[in-house]
Every structure is written in structure tokens, then in C-alpha cells.
Write a protein that binds this ligand. Structure first.
Ligand SMILES: Nc1nc2c(c(=O)[nH]1)N[C@H]1C(S)=C(S)[C@@H](COP(=O)(O)OP(=O)(O)OC[C@H]3O[C@@H](n4cnc5c(=O)[nH]c(N)nc54)[C@H](O)[C@@H]3O)O[C@H]1N2
Ligand SMILES: Nc1nc2c(c(=O)[nH]1)N[C@H]1C(S)=C(S)[C@@H](COP(=O)(O)OP(=O)(O)OC[C@H]3O[C@@H](n4cnc5c(=O)[nH]c(N)nc54)[C@H](O)[C@@H]3O)O[C@H]1N2
Ligand SMILES: [Mo]
Length: 815
């Protein structure tokens, strides 16, 4: 047992292991000052809600209060390890400024009220709108951070109760491209790979994924492999010098927005060198000839010009990908939120398909999720898709759902694609959407082009309902605010990025009158009196477990089959990967091990889209292309971004994350250790660009795009020249000065990938100006991608307040 400052050492100590071995256990624990393990009265099982990794841990409870957390050694995901956000983030639950009573707007002010008054107002408004303007006047915008039971309930009430097609999640900003790339290549959403692929891979390639900071426990697994015998080679594709890049065998730093050009060159090399598994291609795929001809001209030299990277480096990366015997790839926001998002992400799938690298240990694609429960938003249809990965364009799938919900198929809107959130905002701007119910997301900070978003959310003719645990920038604009119970105060299941399902149990009571999101949705359904075709209640469940059972039935026979799972089974120790049914009672480690896909015309979730225009493929066209349900090799040409650096705006601005903060910081700013490690916004600038503009470390600078300006302290680091990076975490709730000069999204464009509709948070042209000299270094962590070049900057540490325990082996005792 040893104590470590886990702010200073985010990944903890190494437990080296070799290829093919099981990742050894290491149990991490943090207890509040003054609490000893012996004081803990209950350990309540849960998992992380501050990233998609699904780190399993138990919450320590003393006298009805949370006092700490301890990683669960038996769990397949983390084998006991926790990251800094897991160790310290839970403290936010007890923050004194939690929402504890419903609020309604009266005479322009939000005032406290009781639940009956607040919910009655929401229900009465909904009914009036339904009568006067129909279901299309109501929209729901939810999250990737609620529980499965909550999404399923919301999806059913919105689709079959209200009958609106305006249902989306913030997953649109997050993993819409993951879902779309999987649909394009495999016919259906569903992560092929598994985290255990890290244990076997000889090459691990990360495409636009700073895993070290964003799934820090998954990176710990990779670090332990790197420290062991026969370590994997690492390929990193990122314009910043991330901790991943620091360990990379090859680090490619393409100009933001040029991922497709780079991917096509990598594919070109793989094909040209004959590193293709032709048997696999012929047996299991369609589209190879087209792919081959499309990449035939895409030489490394051509990509080198577009991406501004060295052609030889591209060749080195291609050789690693092309000669790996067990290749694991991960993809995240550097692709999903960048120009040609889906087209680029699909090319990673193509690398695996043409190399036959799927369904075997070490051979996996992780089209990563970001949020803890984004997978469930998609499965349950709370992102607008049809529940159970059903195809809205397939009448038989809609009929199946209608049967399950005992409604007429016409009750479920399916005449066109679901409305994505950027369209919903536009409909609200036009006055067509008149009520928007926002749950567990903070669009006033997280959507692009905030000045516009603010003006729309503040419209008088928009009835805005906000369901949150804290007063947020968005809640401040609401007509009704509903106080929710947080994670740890309610029970529910959720699924991480490698399909592992965990149950998170209620450890403590919610504060004041706060209610679980499930109870709020159920209450609404009752007040709206939604009925099925027989006159019975549309929603027949009443608590988390009965909601889970309803979802199990809905998922049965589909790729995301939960029918073999029960709460009891999820309480037995480790999380379990779906599909889990009677044939696979212990879950399924990898999808497509048998080379069969959910892509037959009658099974697929989508017929796909054109990768450039986003135009949907017609069913007949799809049937002709892929009658036998193979994987689809879909290729795309590189096209120029709409907004690229030019004379007046010479920099490529990218936005993203730092290890210690989560999103709009409603939780991490309320956890002292995390807040202190990255307390204020900064901007990363290369040495060359800083010198040219005469900017020094810590100077106050202004970054501007055509949308707005942000002021931040300059961090001079190892980002590639020509690129600026802003963390997007810093909104304005804690400022109180009304200035809108801190959130990265003041700068981002109203623009999205035509295929997945994911906004382009990572493609904008910006200019930079020095405003004032600094007295201190920028408030950016030194342990991460924002590490300074100036060696005299004090290292980021947490001190005694951040000491956590690490046990080499499993701790005794039960949960
Ligand atoms: N600490 C922390 N962890 C988190 C979160 C958090 O807020 N904080 N959020 C969670 C969520 S919801 C998500 S979605 C994930 C996101 O996890 P990541 O995708 O890993 O995080 P980002 O910082 O958004 O972007 C990753 C990298 O993309 C690079 N990039 C930008 N533009 C391009 C480009 O055009 N091409 C390439 N190749 N790379 C580019 C950036 O330099 C950046 O380092 O993190 C999850 N985990
Ligand atoms: N510029 C830029 N913008 C981005 C990104 C980027 O990289 N750059 N990334 C995008 C991505 S990937 C994401 S995922 C989004 C994230 O953007 P948001 O979803 O807006 O971020 P959060 O701060 O996580 O908001 C979640 C809200 O839910 C509340 N909450 C937490 N738990 C509960 C609960 O149990 N019930 C209820 N009702 N509320 C709860 C929190 O207090 C918080 O207000 O941002 C996107 N925006
Ligand atoms: Mo995300």
C-alpha cells in the first residue's frame, strides 16, 4: 500500500504486464480527510460518470453521506484503478449550491415552488401546444449522462406519447460520428472491440484521441503494457503533443481538418504494399475495388502537402498499421468533431476490414464514446434513433416497436430522419419548436456559436424546461427548472464504450426535494395521461428495475441484446458486455468474431449515407449493394474545409479537454483538487507562433473568430505551429460579470458533419492578439498536453489533499 498525489501523478504507479497476460489488479482508494477504512459503514457499487470508460468502484458511505471511493478489483474494465476525476469528482454531489426545489419563472424571475406546481405547468403547456400546434412544436434535448432506464422512458414518451421527431441528445456533439461510422461500415451501431484488446495488441493506433487525459484508466492499461515485456508500438494522430504523443512510436501531426487525406494515404500504402487480407476482404466485405481505386492516387506525398506532415512519417505509420499482427485502433473527437468526421472515422474501420483485424484478441476498433452513458442514449433511442438500433426507414422495424409499445405504427414518427439538435435550435429560432425540454446537458456552454444559442434559448416564445442538479448557464434562462437527483442518489444501469454494462446503486439520499430523472419523466407521463391503443397506460413501469425489464424486452433479438441481464447478475461483481442473451449468458467480448454483421437489408440500423453529401442511400440501392449482409468498405475523397486558416484568420483553432476538468465543470469545479489543478481558461500556442506575435508565457491574449472573442492566458507549449488549442470547459456561471469572453464556444461555427450531423468543434479559423503582459504562468496543467516549454513553471500538484491509496493487489472485504 502506498500514498500518492494523484493530481501530480494522474495515472498512478506502474504494474507492468506482457502481451497475452491479464492486466494485474491495482486498487485505488480515496477517503475524505479523517475517514479511515474501518469507519465506512457501507460500500455501494457504482461506476464512473465522468468519462466513457466505465471505471467500476464502490462509494463509501458513513451516516448517509458519501465519504470516498474505492476501485473494484474484480471488474474487467479497470481492475481496481481509478483516475483523478473518479477519485475526487464525487464530492460535487454534496456541494451546497445543489438545486433542491423546483423553480418557475414569475414576473421574469425564477422562484422556488413545489413539484406539483412545476410539473403541472410543464404538462399544461405541453397539452396546449399539442392541441394548437401539434407534436412538432415540442422538442427534447437530453444527455449522455443519465441512466439507461431514464433514456428508454424518455424515448418512449417522446416518440409514442408526444409523437415528436424532435428528440436528440448531447451525444450529437459527442458520439454521433461513432454511431454513424459504425452504421456505415457494419450496418449497425455497436462497438466491435474490447478493452482487453489492449492486453494483446502489438500496435495501438489512436486517431484524434487523447486517451491519457480523457479515459485515463484505459491509458493506465496501455502504460502498464508499455512498461512490460514486448510492448506495443503506438501510433498517435493529433496536432498536439499529448501524453499519448509522448509515448508514440510515430506521432503524426496533421493540420486540423485533414484527417481524410491522411487516412487515404495510409490506406494507399497498405494496399500498395500488399498488406491486405484478401481472403477476409472477399469473404466478408463489399466495396474493395472502389476503395482501392479511390486511394490509388492518394500517395503519402500528396497527403504530406495537404496535412503538412512528413511523407516518410506517413510511410512509417502505414508500415506499423500494415504489418501489425494484432492491431487495436481507437477514434475520438479529433476525428468526430473535425472536418469530414464520418468519412475519416470510416477509413479507420476500413484499415481493420482490409487487414482482417476484427473479432480476435488484440484486433479491435473502438469508435470511442466520450460520455459515460452515451451508448445508452443511442440504444434507447433518446438521440432520435429508434430504440434497439432499429431502422426508422424499415417499416418492419417500426412495426416491431409499435407492437412492443402497443401503439399504432403511425404514432411513431418515422417519415424522415430524426431532428438533430442543431436543427432543433434552428426550429426554435424560427418559432416552430415552442417548447424545449433540456435534461442533463448545458447547451449555453456546450453548443457552438454561443451568442446565437443564447439569443435563441432566451426567446419569449420558447418555453424552456431545464432538468439539472446545479444552477447552470442554461438553467438561468429556463421557464421551469427541475431539480434532479444525481448519480449516487439514484439507481440505474449504464454501458461504457466497450459495451460493458454496470449497475450504479443509490448510495445516499438526494438533497432537499430533488428527484431522480426517471421519477420526473414518469410523473410527466402520468400527468400527460399517455395511453396505448388498448387504453392502458403507455408506460407501464414504475421504478428502475421495472424500466430495465421493459428495456430488456425491447432489446431482445437486436444487436444490443440485454435480455440475459438482470440487476441481480449485475450485482455479482464485474460489469458484463452486451449482447447478453440466453445463448451468451456471460455477455460477449467482441462483436463480429464470426465475420457476420448486422448489415443485411432486413437487419441493418441504417442503409447508410453518401460520405460527402450525407444524402441517405435508398433501400433498393442498399439491397443491391449489400444483399448478403457483409461489412461495407466505403471510401471518400478529401474535400477542403469550409473554414480554413486564411490571411485575416491565420490559425487553425481546435478546442477540447484537459485531464482535470469535465465539460462545463458543473461537477469538477466543485471538487477542490480538480478545480485547483486547472482553475481558469488558457490557450496553447507553439513557440514559433508566440515569438512571432511577441507573446510570452502567461501573457493575456485574445483569440477571435468570425463569431466572437475569448481572452485567455497564453501557454507556450509543444502544439504544432499554426494551431491554437482552447479547453472548452470554462463557462460563465462562476463569473457573474456578464462577460462572454471565456467559453471556447463563443468562437466555434454553426456547422456540422453532413453525415453524422456532429458539430465541428475542431475546425475554425482564428486570429490572435496580445492584450497584456502576464505576471504568472498560464493556469494550465503541466502534467498533460498543456505542459509548458518553460522549465521554470511550477509543476501541477495536489498536495496532501490529493493523496490517494494504491494497493498492489486486491483489498479484502466485501462490497
Ligand atoms: N478529463 C476529461 N475526460 C473526458 C471528458 C472531459 O470533459 N474531461 N469528456 C468525455 C467526453 S464526453 C468525450 S467526448 C471524450 C473526448 O475525448 P478526446 O477526443 O480524447 O478529447 P478532445 O480533447 O476533445 O480531443 C482529442 C484530441 O483531438 C485533437 N484534434 C483536434 N483536431 C484534430 C484534427 O483535425 N485531427 C486530429 N487527428 N486530431 C485533432 C486535439 O488536439 C485533442 O488532443 O472525453 C471524455 N473524457
Ligand atoms: N468547443 C467545444 N464544445 C464542445 C466539445 C468540444 O470538444 N469543444 N465537446 C462536446 C462534447 S463531446 C460533449 S459530450 C458536450 C458536453 O456538454 P454538456 O452536456 O453541456 O456538458 P456537461 O457540463 O456535462 O453538462 C451536463 C449537465 O447535466 C447535469 N447533470 C449531471 N448529472 C445529472 C443527472 O443525473 N441528472 C440531471 N438532470 N442533470 C445532471 C450537470 O450539472 C450539467 O449541467 O460538449 C460538447 N461541446
Ligand atoms: Mo462527449
Amino acid at each position: 500500500m502506498e500514498k500518492r498525489d494523484r493530481i501530480a501523478e494522474p495515472w498512478g504507479h506502474r504494474v507492468p504486464y506482457g502481451a497475452g497476460q491479464q492486466w494485474p489488479e491495482r486498487v485505488d482508494m480515496y477517503l475524505m480527510d479523517g475517514v479511515e477504512p474501518g469507519d465506512v459503514q457501507r460500500w455501494v457499487p457504482s461506476a464512473s460518470v465522468l468519462s466513457s470508460n466505465g471505471d467500476a468502484f464502490d462509494i463509501a458511505v458513513v451516516d448517509g453521506r458519501m465519504v470516498g471511493v474505492r476501485g473494484r478489483a474484480v471488474d474487467r474494465v479497470n481492475r481496481g484503478r481509478l483516475g483523478p476525476k473518479d477519485l475526487f469528482g464525487w464530492q460535487a454531489n454534496a456541494s451546497p449550491d445543489r438545486l433542491t426545489r423546483p423553480l418557475v419563472r414569475r414576473d421574469g424571475e425564477l422562484v422556488e415552488t413545489d413539484w406539483d406546481t412545476a410539473m403541472d405547468r410543464v404538462a399544461r403547456h405541453s397539452k396546449a401546444l399539442l392541441e394548437r400546434h401539434g407534436p412538432g412544436s415540442i422538442g427534447f434535448y437530453t444527455s449522455g449522462q443519465l441512466f439507461l432506464e431514464e433514456y428508454y422512458t424518455l424515448g418512449v414518451l417522446a416518440h409514442a406519447g408526444i409523437g415528436t421527431n424532435h428528440v436528440d441528445g448531447n451525444t450529437r456533439l459527442c458520439t454521433a460520428t461513432a454511431a454513424e461510422a459504425l452504421k456505415e461500415s457494419f450496418g449497425c451501431d455497436g462497438q466491435p472491440g474490447s478493452y482487453t484488446d489492449v492486453d494483446h495488441a502489438d500496435v495501438i493506433a489512436l486517431f484524434g484521441h487523447n486517451v491519457a487525459e480523457t479515459q485515463s484508466v484505459l491509458w493506465t492499461r496501455i502504460l502498464d503494457r508499455l512498461a512490460g515485456p514486448n510492448p506495443p508500438a503506438i501510433v498517435c494522430v493529433d496536432p498536439r503533443h499529448t501524453p499519448v504523443a509522448a509515448h508514440a512510436t510515430v506521432h503524426l501531426t496533421p493540420l486540423p481538418g485533414t484527417n481524410v487525406a491522411l487516412m487515404n494515404a495510409l490506406l494507399h500504402e497498405i494496399v500498395a504494399n500488399g498488406w491486405v487480407d484478401l481472403d477476409y476482404v472477399h469473404e466478408h466485405t463489399v466495396g474493395f475495388d472502389e476503395l482501392r481505386s479511390r486511394v490509388s492516387e492518394c500517395t503519402p506525398e500528396r497527403a504530406a502537402r495537404i496535412c503538412d506532415v512528413d511523407a516518410e512519417e506517413i510511410r512509417r505509420a502505414a508500415r506499423l498499421l500494415g504489418t501489425a499482427t494484432r492491431l487495436l485502433s481507437t477514434v475520438l473527437q479529433g476525428f468526430y468533431q473535425s472536418h469530414q468526421a464520418t468519412a475519416a472515422a470510416v477509413q479507420v474501420n476500413n484499415v481493420h476490414l482490409i487487414r482482417g483485424m476484427l473479432g480476435r484478441p488484440g484486433c479491435g476498433v473502438l469508435q470511442m464514446n466520450g460520455q459515460p452513458t452515451a451508448q445508452n442514449t443511442r440504444e434507447c433511442g433518446a438521440n432520435g434513433d429508434m430504440a434497439g438500433f432499429r431502422n426508422w426507414a424499415n417499416e418492419a422495424h417500426v412495426a416491431e416497436l409499435a407492437e412492443r409499445w402497443r401503439v399504432d405504427p403511425d404514432r411513431i414518427p418515422h417519415s424522415g430522419p430524426p431532428t438533430h439538435v442543431m436543427k432543433m435550435i434552428q426550429f426554435a429560432e424560427q418559432g416552430d419548436i415552442r417548447m424545449l425540454w433540456v435534461s442533463a446537458t448545458n447547451p449555453a456552454v456546450s453548443l457552438p456559436e454561443l451568442a446565437r444559442v443564447r439569443s435563441i434559448l432566451a426567446r419569449d416564445d420558447l418555453f424552456l424546461v431545464v432538468q439539472d442538479i446545479f444552477p447552470t448557464e442554461t438553467a438561468a434562462m429556463a421557464d421551469v427548472v427541475l431539480p434532479a437527483a444525481a448519480w449516487g442518489e439514484k439507481t440505474g444501469a449504464f454501458t461504457n464504450a466497450d459495451r460493458t454494462v454496470h449497475l450504479s446503486e443509490r448510495a445516499v439520499d438526494p438533497p432537499g426535494e430533488a428527484r431522480s430523472d426517471l421519477d420526473i419523466f414518469l410523473d410527466y407521463a402520468r400527468r400527460m395521461d399517455f395511453r396505448d391503443r388498448d387504453g392502458g397506460p403507455l408506460i407501464q413501469w414504475h421504478d428502475p428495475e421495472s424500466a430495465f425489464d421493459a428495456w430488456k424486452a425491447c432489446s431482445a433479438g437486436r444487436p444490443c441484446d440485454y435480455s440475459g441481464l438482470t440487476y441481480a447478475k449485475l450485482r455479482a461483481g464485474s460489469g458484463i458486455q452486451w449482447p447478453c442473451d440466453s445463448a451468451h449468458p456471460d455477455g460477449t467480448e467482441r462483436l463480429y468474431a464470426d465475420g457476420r454483421f448486422w448489415s443485411a437489408p432486413e437487419d441493418c440500423e441504417s442503409y447508410g449515407k453518401d460520405l460527402i453529401s450525407g444524402k441517405p442511400v435508398e433501400p433498393a440501392e442498399y439491397r443491391a449493394l449489400n444483399p448478403d449482409g457483409r461489412a461495407i468498405l466505403k471510401s471518400a475523397d478529401y474535400v477542403h474545409p469550409r473554414e480554413a486558416p486564411v490571411a485575416e484568420h491565420p490559425f487553425a483553432l481546435v478546442t477540447g479537454r484537459t485531464l482535470y476538468q469535465f465539460h462545463t465543470r458543473t461537477k469538477t469545479a466543485r471538487a477542490p483538487q480538480l478545480d485547483a489543478a486547472a482553475p481558469e481558461v488558457w490557450v496553447e500556442i507553439s513557440r514559433a507562433d508566440a515569438d512571432r506575435a511577441e507573446i510570452g508565457e502567461g501573457d493575456l491574449v485574445e483569440v477571435s473568430t468570425r463569431r466572437g472573442s475569448v481572452r485567455a492566458r497564453a501557454r507556450i507549449g509543444r502544439i504544432r505551429p499554426g494551431v491554437l488549442f482552447l479547453p472548452f470547459h470554462y463557462g460563465y456561471w462562476d463569473r457573474g460579470d456578464g462577460a462572454h469572453d471565456r467559453a471556447a464556444n463563443e468562437l466555434t461555427p454553426t456547422d456540422w458533419d453532413p453525415v453524422s450531423k456532429q458539430p465541428l468543434f475542431k475546425t475554425a479559423a482564428a486570429k490572435l492578439r496580445r492584450v497584456a503582459p502576464g505576471t504568472d504562468p498560464a493556469p494550465a496543467p503541466t502534467t498533460t498536453a498543456s505542459a509548458p516549454l518553460d522549465a521554470s513553471v511550477a509543476a501541477t500538484t495536489g498536495g496532501p489533499a490529493a493523496f490517494a491509496v494504491e494497493f498492489g493487489t486486491s483489498v479484502g472485504g466485501s462490497t
